[in-house]
Design a protein around this ligand. Sequence first.
Ligand SMILES: [Zn+2]
Ligand SMILES: [Zn+2]
Length: 381
Amino acid sequence: MKAVVYNGPRNTSVKEVPDAKIERPTDVLVRITSTNICGSDLHMYEGRTDFEQGRIFGHENLGEVVEIGNAVDRIKVGDMVCLPFNIACGFCANCEKGLTAYCLTTNPNPKMAGAAYGFADMGPYNGGQAEYLRVPYADFNCLLLPEDAREKQTDYVMLADIFPTGWHVTELACVQPGDSVVIYGSGPVGLMAAHSAMLKSASKVMIVDRHPDRLRLAESIGAIAIDDSKASPVEQIMALTDGKGADKGCECVGYQAHDPQGHEHNNMTLNNLVQSVKFTGTIGAVGVYVPQDPGGPDQLSKQGEAILDWGLFWFKGLTIGSGQCNVKAYNRQLLTLIQVGKAKPSFIVSHQLPLDEASKAYQHFDARDNGWTKVVLHPAQ
Ligand SMILES: [Zn+2]
Ligand SMILES: [Zn+2]
């Protein structure tokens, strides 16, 4: 089969690799019809993780079941399914509590909890930027899609990661109806956080970025765009909130946060959030941070450490929630919102391309080239 293979920093190719196959009786095999390139793929693409050369990218996957293992009961050949990026067992102590991002059995590294397709440090699983994908514990993991699965697949594929992740950050931030919300990062996850905050009836959604195409998308759904290359984002937020700060804040950038001049500061968005939310506000942080960042710009960041403005954080009585999204906690409900037309996460999609054009797409998306806001690859139609 063909797949998007990582050859080293900023180097991918679409190559022939051994076919994905059923390895355990609880697996199914899925022919991938839609698979996204994600901002978190870029950390690996840039060589800023220990993602091994030769591995296949792709953790946002949707397709048709073409083969089932002997122990699979619920899922049938021909079903259209969307796969949470988390690979979870369903029977460990964390899965039982719904914490599927921290499954205790699917990552073979005993020091780690949680597994994912095509992801650094999250188990040996291949990604779905390929013609076929092996799905472990398929009865538990597959989200079965309704009749309109093929027509709406650019919406439904967002249920694999970024729509639930955008929803999750608003849950971590405890967004309530009437709240004002500030979101740092207008990439795909930040835009999904804005979409989610709107669905939760936030009174005002402000979103900080500097890329005009992304800010335009934010405005297209009714958010207030804040360009941090023009003036201090904190001052702009204060001016929009009577000097008090936003009720809730969302971090959707992660450890490669950088200033408008391009210099990385892994604490920049976190500390801007500490300043941007009101006293007693709540912050959610879903942008990726890593325990080790050997390519980081200084000694602290190389060790995965970030200097948090703890003094002001404490003084303001702030609360923060962090980490990856437990996709299964939300994907079924968000599917219903898409099905009835109340949510339309595909508004961020800029490019739909065949698998063969993946390397070009990585280059453009990584460079944040104008207009490359979200790429969906279609290995099979
Ligand atoms: Zn993703
Ligand atoms: Zn588990």
